[in-house]
Design a protein around this ligand. Structure first.
Ligand SMILES: NC(=O)C1=CN([C@@H]2O[C@H](COP(=O)(O)OP(=O)(O)OC[C@H]3O[C@@H](n4cnc5c(N)ncnc54)[C@H](OP(=O)(O)O)[C@@H]3O)[C@@H](O)[C@H]2O)C=CC1
Ligand SMILES: CC1=C(/C=C/C(C)=C/C=C/C(C)=C/C=O)C(C)(C)CCC1
Length: 302
């Protein structure tokens, strides 16, 4: 009886307060917004994995800013639907879909060859595509899937397009990593996970590789006018959890606390357009700001 009374009393006192606070709590979890008003008319942008999630929202925003946006997608039907939607919404007819399967180096080479033949400039490359919690599988070239798609595929793509980026300088490379890298190690003795495989750790390894790649490429690109930065988008309600029904369910249950793909795209957009980042390179971003601890030396496991 007393408990019921107390419960009702607390409900009467805190109920309305909670109701008023809900938008503020949501706003907190939505995270920072890219405030840059930069226009991108005449600029060429390439985004991998742009048919859904963070990549699609990044493409939508950069298309609104006037860029020629190439959506590089493994599933051309899904990619075309996304491109059509963005063209219709933004009125920007320079939104184009091209086939790219990062799990196959033949597809990457074919994509790059066509791209270099068709596009004379490339100002912003966003290495966004990714898989997480993939059951053990190998790419067409025999690389473990997380490492192959999330890191090696983007590594090859970037390498093949590097001269075009240099010719188009100032240019930017944006690598979508994840704070999951903090839990990762590069297992040089078993890079392809043939002796031991845990899909969460395989994802973390690929994200550590993204960070090392960013730091070393930034060093090698000093003085070229091409910058390269990595970022964590936040925890985002996207299709990334599709290979795990348990994590998908958790993501749905707690969706109130997760970012929408549009909110999750803000740091990618920031790294791609913010005027103040013109010469910032080799850094790690989260919530549209630089994160210093993530650039501390990472550990290798030999
Ligand atoms: N969501 C989150 O909480 C977080 C996401 N990230 C990172 O953000 C990035 C975007 O993820 P998010 O939008 O959430 O996930 P989604 O699963 O929604 O999007 C991933 C995209 O990558 C594409 N992709 C997957 N495999 C390949 C391939 N072999 N070749 C080409 N494209 C491929 C997918 O294409 P298709 O639809 O055809 O499969 C899809 O377009 C990833 O790098 C992810 O690791 C980092 C931290 C947290
Ligand atoms: C603790 C906890 C959650 C937070 C999970 C986080 C923070 C996940 C981060 C994932 C990343 C970084 C993925 C991609 O790279 C949930 C699921 C919301 C609800 C259950 C309890």
């Amino acid at each position: 009886m007393i408990l019921l009374f107390l419960g009702t009393l607390l409900g009467i006192i805190f109920g309305p307060a909670l109701f008023i606070l809900v938008p503020y709590i949501r706003n907190y979890f939505a995270g920072a917004v890219c405030k840059s008003k930069a226009k991108l008319n005449g600029k060429v942008v390439l985004i991998t994995g742009a048919n859904t999630g963070i990549g699609k929202e990044t493409a939508r925003d950069l298309a609104k800013r006037g860029a020629r946006v190439i959506l590089a997608c493994r599933d051309t039907a899904k990619g075309e639907v996304a491109a059509c939607e963005i063209r219709a919404e933004t009125g920007n007819q320079q939104v184009i879909m091209k086939k790219l399967d990062l799990a196959d180096t033949k597809s990457i080479r074919q994509f790059a060859e066509n791209f270099l033949a068709e596009e004379k400039e490339l100002h912003i490359l966003i290495n966004n595509a990714g898989v997480m919690l993939y059951p053990y599988a190998k790419t067409a070239d025999g690389f473990e899937m997380h490492l192959g798609v999330n890191h090696l595929g983007h590594f090859l793509l970037t390498f093949l397009l590097l001269e075009r980026l240099k010719q188009s300088a100032p240019a930017r490379i944006v690598n979508v990593s994840s704070l999951a890298h903090l839990m990762g190690r590069i297992c040089f003795h078993d890079l392809q996970g043939e002796k031991f495989y845990q899909r969460g750790l395989a994802y973390c390894q690929s994200k550590v590789a993204n960070v090392h790649f960013t730091q070393e490429l930034a060093r090698r690109l000093q003085g070229t006018g091409v910058t390269v930065n990595a970022l964590h988008p936040g925890t985002v309600q996207s299709e990334l959890t599709r290979y795990s029904s348990v994590v998908s369910l958790l993501w749905k249950m707690f969706s109130f606390f997760l970012k929408t793909p549009q909110e999750g795209a803000q740091t990618s957009i920031y790294c791609a357009v913010a005027e103040e980042l013109e010469s910032v390179t080799g850094q790690y971003f989260r919530g549209c700001s630089e994160l210093s601890f993530a650039s501390s030396p990472l550990q290798f496991q030999h």
